[in-house]
Design a protein around this ligand. Structure first.
Ligand code: SAH
Length: 232
């Protein structure tokens, strides 16, 4: 069941299917661990295949990830970062999450799947920027915060010429508008969003693309309390 959903979905996206066994092993580990800790509310294997794996995979059809250094901010159980790495092994991946137990799980998955060149980091994005500001080709993020907050967490990590890809639902009109000024202040430029439907479903999604056109001023990101209280 899961295998055929993945095969059909990946083929529809014109993506290679060699990663399917690794994705299935990952789904297995996720289901097991989800019994002892809260990793995902989505439990049905077919839904995991569609709403986690194929939704993540959709990014590969919208942007060239080959050889890119990518940070997944607030990756949780590894989405979208891990499916991206499994399906595009040339990428250099950093998975970042503020919850230690989730990061421990991600390390376990990488070990079990023999994934190389994945850095699993326990930390907060606004603090990680002190070590790694302006160093990633791409930042990706799904279901972490509203765009005005998220932009300040993610854009400082991206190099000039790189991009931040925010995976959102389609009703982002207000969020996009609210984030406009902040994105500019942070050195970003909002591109035309790309709407897509998750392969094999009728679930509409939106990829918000922000290119990094100038360096972010050193005073950003601020502390999380300040970001939240007073988004740019
Ligand atoms: N991206 C995943 C998980 C979403 S849940 C998915 O789409 O399934 C949001 C995750 O973001 C949580 O695991 C939480 O720990 C993490 N998070 C929230 N704020 C963060 C921050 N400032 N820095 C790093 N991780 C953060």
């Amino acid at each position: 069941m899961m295998e055929s959903i993945l095969r059909e979905g990946l083929t529809a996206l014109s993506l290679p299917t060699e990663g399917i066994p690794a994705l299935m092993r990952y789904a297995d580990l996720l289901a097991k661990k989800n019994k002892v800790m809260n990793l995902t509310a989505i439990k049905d294997p077919a839904e995991v295949a569609r709403l986690h794996f194929l939704d993540s995979a959709a990014l590969l059809a919208l942007k060239d990830f080959r050889g890119m250094s990518v940070v997944d901010v607030g990756t949780g159980a590894g989405f979208p970062g891990l499916p991206l790495k499994i399906l595009e092994p040339s990428l250099h991946l950093t998975l970042l999450d503020a919850q230690r137990k989730r990061v421990d799980f991600l390390r376990e998955v990488c070990r079990e799947l023999g994934l190389e060149d994945v850095d699993c980091v326990h930390g907060r994005a606004e603090e990680f920027a002190q070590e790694r500001r302006e160093t990633f080709d791409l930042a990706v993020s799904r279901a972490v915060a509203a765009l005005p907050v998220l932009a300040e967490l993610c854009l400082p990590l991206v190099k000039t010429g790189g991009a931040f890809l925010a995976m959102k639902s389609v009703d982002t009109g207000g969020e996009l508008y609210a984030a406009g000024r902040g994105i500019q202040v942070l050195g970003g430029q909002l591109e035309k969003p790309v709407d897509y439907v998750i392969s094999g479903t009728n679930v509409p999604r939106r990829l918000v693309i922000i290119t990094k056109i100038t360096e972010t001023q050193k005073k950003y990101p601020r502390t999380f309390a300040k970001i939240k209280k007073n988004p740019l």
